[in-house]
Design a protein around this ligand. Structure first.
Ligand SMILES: [Zn+2]
Length: 90
């Protein structure tokens, strides 16, 4: 996870990257994409397709999160939203 370096505005180098540096950056992006895809597939397998059900305090008892704070979402709902943003409906 340490092979991807994000350049911040203060450290921008005007020298064009070498082909090797470009190829290494593209390879690093592909590795991260593969890992992200694996994680999303795993998350899709783990997420509960059933909806949340809340008590009068806002805790989700369907998924075992009875102590959610006001405004806090159930992690299962957060996972579904993350997957939906990637085009995966659960
Ligand atoms: Zn829930």
């Amino acid at each position: 996870m340490t092979d991807l370096h994000i350049v911040t505005p203060g450290e921008r180098d005007e020298t064009p990257p070498t082909q090797d540096a470009y190829d290494a950056a593209v390879a690093a992006l592909h590795r991260h994409k593969e890992r992200a895809d694996r994680a999303l597939n795993l998350l899709a397998a783990l997420v509960d397709p059933d909806g949340c059900w809340f008590d009068h305090h806002g805790g989700c008892h369907a998924h075992g999160y009875p102590s959610l704070e006001p405004g806090e979402k159930c992690p299962q709902q957060q996972a579904k939203e993350l997957l939906a943003a990637d085009g995966v409906e659960v």
